[in-house]
Ligand binder design. Structure first.
Ligand SMILES: *Cc1c(COP(=O)(O)O)cnc(C)c1O
Length: 228
């Protein structure tokens, strides 16, 4: 800790540079701070540096942070693997869910979403590399799930999310992000209103921005290595 402010300044510069380099509109890429395993103090430090969108993976841990921090500018994104018995807590406490992978979860999330809150922003997580060990649905199933989500009044389908296989080479990093971008364009062509590509982490966010990312989820480059 202590470097969070500096790290955020550097990352914002890199985002602006990438937007310029790849012909992206200014401010078209949102930085989501992946704060799993980070203490509340680290989040407060990021807030003091002007960061208000945070992504959390573990619901117990997230609820402690969400109830301790009450700034109305805060935006909480659930980016972890969804367990069915946690959907009520997710529906009550988050603004976004990036990791929807099936209709059953979508329906539960919809029914648990309190009606006094705005509809929940959701992304479908896609297994973009077709890895057997990865979560996310295969590309061929995305359109059908998108149509189903559009019928759920408390959910607002925003787009697609993926965590590709880590690659060192920039050109290789771009390929799965390019496939996800094509998939979003295909949804749009089929009449699905969606505007979000949640893709890119510390090691590959430049490639993701080159391929149209609108939200990059960055942990290590902001907070340093996770201790647990
Ligand atoms: C932890 C995490 C990130 C951030 O990863 P870094 O490599 O630390 O930037 C992004 N997305 C998800 C889903 C994560 O779990």
């Amino acid at each position: 800790m202590g470097n969070i402010n500096t790290n955020l300044i550097n990352i914002r510069k890199q985002i602006i540079a990438a937007e310029t380099a790849y012909g992206r509109a200014p401010h078209s890429v949102q930085l989501l701070a992946a704060s799993k395993a980070q203490p509340i103090e680290a989040i407060q430090e990021a807030m003091a540096a002007g960061q208000f969108a945070f992504g959390e993976n573990y619901i117990q841990e997230a609820l402690v942070k969400i109830s301790a921090l009450s700034d109305p500018r805060l935006e909480w994104h659930f980016i972890g693997k969804i367990q069915s018995n946690k959907l009520k807590a997710i529906a009550q406490s988050f603004h976004w869910v990036h990791t929807l992978t099936n209709l059953e979860h979508a329906k539960k999330l919809n029914s648990f979403r309190p009606t006094h809150l705005p509809s929940m922003n959701v992304c479908i997580e896609v297994n973009i590399d077709n890895e057997t060990s990865k979560s996310g649905i295969v590309a061929a199933d995305v359109l059908a799930l998108a149509h189903e989500i559009n019928n759920l009044s408390q959910l607002k389908l925003r787009g697609l999310m993926a965590i590709p296989t880590p690659q060192e080479n920039f050109a290789e990093q771009r390929k799965p992000f390019h496939r996800l971008q094509k998939l979003l364009h295909n949804l749009q062509k089929q009449g699905v209103a969606a505007d979000t590509l949640s893709m890119g982490m510390t090691n590959d966010f430049n490639a993701a921005i080159a391929e149209g990312a609108t939200i990059i989820r960055v942990g290590t480059a902001i907070f340093g290595p996770r201790s647990k």
